[in-house]
Design a protein around this ligand. Structure first.
Ligand code: ATP
Ligand code: MG
Length: 317
């Protein structure tokens, strides 16, 4: 059999096909991109959960967090189990480290007290010659700073273990900050000028002893690391249900590489300088812990040679 068709007809079919393809191809393309996105999103959902859980544990306080993926790919649930095991071990080692610091400081209290008592006894003796007196005075001075260090370490360990006695009551933070500034100004060194920009009646639930310590540490650091005849600005404002306290100085500043580490216990940027001035490197660790205990946090903006601004962000409820 033979069929005969007009050349014009074939051309027509091709034209229709090309037109159809031009219309359908973009639609198919858009549809496949959309479907692809939905599938990928669904497939990556457990990975997203994992990543969120890991992010939340960046803060030490959240090491108790565990990832739960009820039904999913065995590969992903296996990964989640491994992460959970890692968190458990990390949590345990943090706990052990805290326990160790607590135990050591506790054990060191008695020998330090004995050294101090012996020094006191020796220094009370009239027959002591001047050389021995000088030695005992040096020992007494060092033992005193050791005693202070031990009690600070014990306190910070208790805070981290949540075993500090806490007394939260609604208090006026504005009054507290003003009082700390008054005390700091009275002891003002280096010809530093302190200015204040403090909103009135910033009331929030706080432990007055702990909060006084937080503000005092920040203000005394600003004096200690501020420059001669420099400026410190302390401000406190209410913003969207939060209290924002900031202490800014135009002193030595902190290099980027140290900014994450200064919150760690005993971390000091310039160790030689600190040895002279007898600082322990516990102040900011305490500041951070106290801010966390109040449901807030603390952050730093600093540039070397220009100064630092520490900001404490606290919830008002
Ligand atoms: P202390 O326990 O007596 O407060 P410290 O001042 O050395 O001792 P932190 O207050 O914890 O300890 O501060 C840690 C380190 O951070 C300091 O040694 C210092 O190097 C740096 N630092 C803190 N505050 C400032 C500041 N305002 N400007 C520049 N550096 C600072
Ligand atoms: Mg300090």
């Amino acid at each position: 059999m033979r069929g005969v068709t007009a050349v014009n007809g074939v051309d027509g079919i091709w034209a229709v096909l090309i037109r159809l393809a031009l219309i359908l191809l973009p639609v198919i393309l858009v549809l496949s991109v959309l479907v692809g996105r939905v599938i990928t999103k669904r497939a990556l959902q457990p990975v997203k959960l994992l990543s969120e859980a890991v992010e939340e544990t960046h803060d030490e306080k959240d090491l108790t967090k565990r990832i739960r993926i009820d039904d999913g790919d065995p590969l992903i649930t296996g990964l989640a189990d491994n992460f959970n095991e890692m968190f458990r071990r990390l949590q345990l080692s943090f706990q052990n480290e805290r326990q160790f610091s607590g135990d050591v400081s506790h054990e060191l209290r008695t020998p330090t007290a004995v050294i101090l008592a012996e020094c006191e006894y020796q220094l009370s003796r009239d027959e002591l010659d001047s050389e021995d007196r000088e030695s005992f005075e040096t020992i007494e001075k060092q033992a005193q700073s050791m005693k202070q260090l031990i009690s600070q370490l014990l306190e910070i360990t208790k805070m981290e273990q949540n075993s500090t006695e806490q007394n939260f009551e609604k208090e006026d933070l504005s009054l507290l900050v003003n009082a700390v500034c008054d005390d700091a100004e009275a002891l003002s060194q280096k010809g530093i000028t302190l200015t204040r920009d403090i909103d009135e009646n910033v009331e929030l639930p706080l432990d007055i002893m702990l909060m006084t310590r937080l503000v005092t540490n920040l203000v005394s650091n600003a004096y200690q690391y501020g420059k001669e005849n420099g400026n410190i600005k302390v401000s406190l404002r209410k913003e969207k249900g939060r209290a924002l306290l900031s202490v800014a100085d135009d002193g030595i500043g902190i290099d980027k590489e140290h900014q994450d580490k200064i919150w760690n216990r005993f971390y000091r940027v310039d160790k030689a300088r600190c040895r002279e001035e007898g600082c322990s490197g516990l102040g900011l660790a305490m500041v951070k812990q106290i801010a966390l205990m109040h449901g807030g946090d603390v952050s730093l903006q600093s540039e070397i040679g220009k100064g630092s601004t520490f900001t404490v962000d606290l919830p008002m409820e």
